[in-house]
Structure formats: C-alpha cells, structure tokens
Design a binder for this molecule. Sequence first.
Ligand SMILES: C[S@@+](CC[C@H](N)C(=O)[O-])C[C@H]1O[C@@H](n2cnc3c(N)ncnc32)[C@H](O)[C@@H]1O
Length: 208
Amino acid sequence: MTKYFSSLNQDINLPVLKELRKKAVEDDVPIIQEDGLRFIRQLLTIKKPKRILEIGTAIGYSTIAMALFSDAFITTVERDEMRANEAKMNIEEAGLSDRIQLIKGDALEIDITQFKAVDILFIDAAKAQNIKFFEQYQSLVKEGGLIITDNLLFHGLFDEEVDSRNVRQLLRKINDFNEYILDRKGYDTVIYEIGDGMSVSIKKGGNR
Ligand SMILES: C[S@@+](CC[C@H](N)C(=O)[O-])C[C@H]1O[C@@H](n2cnc3c(N)ncnc32)[C@H](O)[C@@H]1O
C-alpha cells in the first residue's frame, strides 16, 4: 500500500475498537485488517443487514465492529475456549450482549438448524476449511445476501517462493477455495485486493 493511499483514509477505529486492536496485536491474535474492516463497514451501510453470522470470533474485534457499524443481530462462533471467553467479556464491556450471541464450539460440528436465515455470512476462521464452512453455512444466506471471506491472498505469499511445506499446503487450499467460489453456481463473486484479500459472493435468486 502506498503512503499516499494510507494517508487518504481515516482511522475508522472508535475508542473501543482501538483498545481491542491494541490488545489483539499485543497478544498476537489475528484480526481483520483496518482497510478490510472499512470495506465491510461500507457493505453494512449499503446492505443494512438484520442478521449476520460470523465464523471465527477470536476476541470479538470484528464482531463488535460490525455491531457498531450496523443495527444487525450478530451470531458468532469461536472454537478456542480462551478466545471465546475473552470475546464474551469484551462484548459485555462494549454493552453489546443483547445484540451479539456468542457460540463456543467448532463451527463444523455444531447443529446449524439452530440458526435463523442471515443477510450476511462472514467466514473468518481456519483458512484451509473455507470450502467446508461455505458448504455448511451457505444455505442460511438469504437470496440477495452476502458471503464475505477474508485472507484469500494470504499476506501476498502467492507471489513469493515459499519454503515451508505447511504454508505451501495452506496456499493450495486457499487457492482451491478461490477457484471454488469464483465458479460456484448461484453466486456472483468478486475477490478484492483489500485487507488480506476479501471475497464478496452475492447469492442470486432461484437456481441460476
Ligand atoms: C482470524 S481469527 C478471527 C478474527 C476475527 N474475525 C476478527 O477479525 O476480529 C480466526 C478465528 O477462528 C477460529 N476458528 C478456526 N476454526 C474454527 C472453527 N472450525 N470453528 C470455530 N472457530 C474457528 C480460531 O480459533 C480463531 O480465533
């Protein structure tokens, strides 16, 4: 990103978000990049969602941000017990417990019939499992709804020689997902070079 570009856009972090971002950086918790969040804020303003489902809460930074940037009721799922506990505390401290439901558990193992239909599904969990998350949860998204996925360009590593076999494997899985969503029938998808690479898939009506 050029210095000129970063100087054009304001910091969107409200005090509560600034504090959480600081905590996440200190504790090495991966959270959405600032320009990715700025992009999501605009999508929320345009879409005016009533319900959002997030897979991958971490400490609740993006969850709290989405609650502050919309009037939506948000359900968020986190499998890491410690992070989920911290997210719960952060949500309470932000005074958002009545608009955010936190579910502790593995998103690939929980019963999805408990969820209501959503306007936005935000997938931001284990990157290698993106196809599984998409397949498991896409039926909950209303026609005209959005599925947003983060980290699809994975720190620019697709353009580099990667020594680690594990990272190469992860890149292959992310690439499989990227090809999968661009081809997926019933959705109109664009991958943006925003944040760490974000896709927005718009669910079409009927079986198109
Ligand atoms: C990138 S972090 C989420 C960041 C958060 N959305 C933010 O921007 O503030 C990914 C989180 O997903 C969680 N996760 C990974 N796989 C999961 C799964 N199968 N079910 C639930 N949570 C999962 C991880 O424990 C981790 O805390």
